[in-house]
Structure formats: structure tokens, C-alpha cells
Write a new protein. Structure first.
Length: 206
């Protein structure tokens, strides 16, 4: 791809470094930006420039936040005794879109995956156990992706939580095996939350 401007080429390379964006798409985005008004570009640049300085992780749940405590954890109307454990913030967004869940969350930041070298110590598990041991939870929903790695992580968390005298549930299997949570349609995901079941130690047959 022969780009006559070095500056445009650099921007294309930056956009193309993002997941799911090839060089042709990156070039289309850059050319679109060139047509925008200067104030739009400045606003875009300002938002992008603050991505590391103005956005942080909620100190309670790990969700994205503009303050120490995210907007969900700060809501007094939510059931703070009900904690939904998810893999990442995209799952929170998906669950919130169902408008069927009114508890709080805990973001693990991944799942156990020996193949990728990710173990329990690499995840945000200890803070979850601390929340439960501090009496912050009456029920924990294990809402991880219905994959082998998700199931492995569920079993690990179950073993860690089983002696805590709380209810441990999981999403009903309306969410298909192998499906990532944030790709599940809102109706199915909402029903899976409402109709959640007690966690079963029996392995899922694939």
C-alpha cells in the first residue's frame, strides 16, 4: 500500500495495530478523520490522550471507572450481597444491557488457561475471596464463558468458596457451550441470569 504521506502512514500503522483492524480499514478510518472538523479531531485526541490517566479500575470490583469506585458499586439501590463474577468488563456491559441483574460484579481479568500460561495467581481471585470472607456476599454467581477454561475457573472458584456459607450459582445453560458471554443475545443472557441454578460440580459434557 503506497501512502504518499508519512504522517498518514504512521496513523494507519497505529490503527492497524488494534485487534480486528487491517490496513485497508485503518486507511479508511484515517481518511474519514481527515474530513472531520478540527474541533472534532481535538475532542477525539483529548479522549484518546486521557485513556491511561483518566480511566482506572474500580477498587472494589475491577470494573472500568472514572473514579476509585465505579458507578455500579456506588449505587445504593443495588443488591451488594449479590456478586456476579465475570471474565472481563465486556461481560458487565452485556449483562447490564439485559436490565435483568441488580447486584454488583467482580472482574477476574481472565480465566485459568494452562496452555496460555495463566494460573489462579494471575487472576483477580484473592480480592474476591476477601470480599466473601468479609461478609460482603450472600450469593456469588459464576458467570464465566461456557468454555473449557471458563469451566475450569468455575470449579477452582467453587472449591475456594464452598466453605464460606454462601450460595454459589451459575448461569442456566441457555448460554450455549463455547459461546463468549458478551456475544450472547440480551434475551438469552437475561433469562440465564434470572433462571440461574446452583453450581453443579459435575463436569459439562461436550
Amino acid at each position: 500500500m503506497n501512502i504518499p504521506s508519512k504522517h498518514v502512514e504512521d496513523l494507519v500503522e497505529h490503527f492497524a495495530s488494534l485487534p480486528g483492524i487491517g490496513r485497508k480499514t485503518a486507511l479508511r478510518l484515517v481518511l474519514n478523520l481527515l474530513k472531520r472538523k478540527e474541533e472534532e479531531i481535538e475532542s477525539f485526541s483529548k479522549s484518546l490522550g486521557g485513556i491511561k490517566t483518566k480511566i482506572c479500575s474500580c477498587k472494589k470490583c475491577g470494573n472500568l471507572s472514572d473514579a476509585e469506585v465505579c458507578s455500579i458499586c456506588a449505587q445504593h439501590s443495588r443488591n451488594h450481597k449479590l456478586i456476579c463474577v465475570v471474565e472481563d468488563i465486556r461481560d458487565i456491559m452485556a449483562i447490564e444491557n439485559t436490565q435483568q441483574y441488580f447486584g454488583v460484579y467482580h472482574v477476574l481479568g481472565g480465566v485459568i488457561s494452562p496452555i496460555e500460561g495463566i494460573g489462579p495467581n494471575d487472576l483477580n481471585i484473592i480480592p474476591l475471596l476477601e470480599r466473601v470472607n468479609a461478609g460482603e456476599a450472600e450469593e456469588v454467581i459464576l458467570a464465566l464463558n461456557a468454555t473449557m477454561e471458563g469451566d475450569t475457573t468455575n470449579f477452582y472458584l467453587y472449591r475456594k468458596l464452598i466453605d464460606s456459607n454462601i450460595t454459589i450459582t451459575t448461569l442456566s445453560r441457555g448460554v450455549s457451550v463455547g459461546t463468549e458471554l458478551h456475544y450472547t443475545d440480551e434475551l438469552t443472557l437475561g433469562r440465564s441470569i434470572v433462571n440461574r441454578t446452583l453450581f453443579d460440580m459435575a463436569p459439562v459434557k461436550r
